[in-house]
Ligand binder design. Structure first.
Ligand code: ARG
Length: 439
């Protein structure tokens, strides 16, 4: 394909400096296949409403079937849209290829392609989350009785079980999936037919075109449809909020892998060692994941910040912000997969953790409550117990007694088993995934 700049040729072309600085072809790898799909729907629709000759439309569509998205990313074009139009005109001549500019602008087409590509990424993310949830539930069932200190302020607080801890992460995944749904429904709205800012003159039925391109609804206002990015801001914000919360668990697992704590034995496949200290077992995947969760926050700030205060219509600033959405989604998809594999293969030292739970008075709250329930005002029971703990004479409940809490969602092993089993009912039986490594 002749890869000289196309749209700009009438101004006198472009320079290497300007092309390199402003072209989005590298980032367009994320959307190139969707740009081709959107173009197919557009041309099909132009033909069905009689806006372009049918034979031109069939020639364009057959040519579009032959286009490999990757081949659009090599030339010196401003973006994949310019490359595609040029590709069609080179192959079919102006008389057929020249029709694709009608009734569209790069502004509505790029917004459509971003939405469709983001939908694919969200689907991948959902599936990674489902896998993580099933791993968490399986391991929670296994560790339902495995007592450990629950931490608050990173101080031993109240005895829980490792199964209960894992189900906390499952609940995060469940809430995240819940809030993803409305964000996804925004992605399923089509900006096609909005043109550059205020609609087009070609007799496009926007609802019909939306269906052809794989959308459910139409973003009505043309200025907002082609120039708005709220859908991306909303999705990226949710994904980053999830990563912020997830990174707290990643940090726990890193700390618990330190030999001084020693609760977690990372799967060998997740550790790396040192080039000079042969005893090291560094939890490198978790370290990278923890870092990427923070990196996602940086991308979110860029995604929101770059186009902020840039008036409502399309500006090239939007192009510069989109790559951050892809980075955030990639961080989440890969990170969820890595965490699932870690949890699947890790070992938790229940004896050691239970010993800490015993040693560090993690049944004090349950003991005070139990005294109070026998008819002593709570504050009185609390102060009495505080004094006894100070003296070393407190008769605290055992871990097993303390865990027999009756409340829904408590760390009671029975409750953990119930919740994990309910969750597992939605999972396929463990497939040939990498198993837990024995200690
Ligand atoms: N490359 C642009 C982007 O990614 C596509 C739209 C360009 N529109 C324009 N009028 N220059 O956002």
């Amino acid at each position: 394909m002749n890869s000289a700049p196309f749209y700009r040729s009438w101004i006198g072309g472009s320079s290497e400096l300007v092309w390199r600085y402003t072209s989005s072809v590298r980032d367009d790898a994320e959307i190139a296949d969707k740009v081709v799909e959107v173009m197919k729907a557009h041309v099909r629709h132009l033909a069905e409403v009689g806006a372009i000759p049918r034979d031109a439309a069939s020639a364009i569509i057959s040519e579009l079937e032959r286009v490999e998205a990757g081949e659009l990313l090599g030339g010196r074009f401003e973006d994949v849209h310019e490359a595609l139009e040029k590709r069609l005109i080179d192959a079919l001549g102006e008389s057929a290829g020249g029709w694709v500019g009608l009734g569209r602008s790069r502004n509505d087409h790029v917004a459509a392609a971003i939405r469709l590509a983001a939908l694919d990424r969200v689907r991948e993310l959902r599936s990674a989350l489902q896998t993580l949830r099933c791993v968490l539930a399986r391991r929670a069932l296994e560790y339902a009785e495995c007592a450990m200190p629950g931490f608050t302020h990173f101080q031993p607080a109240q005895v829980i079980t490792f199964g209960h801890y894992l189900l906390a992460l499952d609940e995060l995944a469940a809430e995240f999936l819940r809030v993803l749904e409305p964000a996804e429904s925004l992605l399923r709205r089509s900006p096609l037919g909005a043109g550059p800012a205020g609609g087009v003159r070609a007799p496009i039925d926007r609802v019909r075109l939306a269906r052809l391109a794989g959308f459910d609804e139409v973003v009505e206002n043309a200025l907002y449809a082609s120039g708005g990015r709220f859908f991306a801001f909303a999705l990226a914000s949710l994904v980053t909020a999830f990563l912020a919360e997830l990174s707290r668990a990643v940090d726990d697992l890193v700390r618990w892998s330190a030999p001084m704590i020693g609760y977690v034995r990372a799967p060998d496949r997740h550790v790396s060692t040192s080039s000079i200290m042969p005893h090291k077992r560094n939890p490198v995947t978790l370290e990278v994941l923890r870092a990427r969760c923070s990196e996602a926050m940086g991308h979110l700030v860029a995604l929101l910040g770059v186009p902020a205060k840039v008036g409502l219509g399309y500006s090239l600033d939007l192009q510069e912000s989109t790559r951050h959405l892809w980075r955030i989604l990639r961080i989440a998809i890969e990170g969820v997969g890595v965490l699932a594999d870690f949890v699947e293969g890790m070992h938790f030292d229940c004896a050691r953790a239970a010993e800490d739970a015993r040693q560090y008075h993690t049944t004090s709250a349950d003991t005070a409550e139990s005294i109070s329930l026998s008819g002593v005002p709570f504050r009185q029971a609390y102060f009495r117990l505080a004094e006894e703990i100070k003296q070393g004479s407190a008769g605290l409940l055992s871990i097993e007694e303390a865990l027999r809490r009756p409340t829904l969602g408590s760390a009671n092993p029975g409750e953990v088993r119930r919740a994990a089993a309910a969750r597992l009912a939605h999972c396929e039986p463990a497939r040939g995934t990498a198993p837990a490594e024995s200690k």
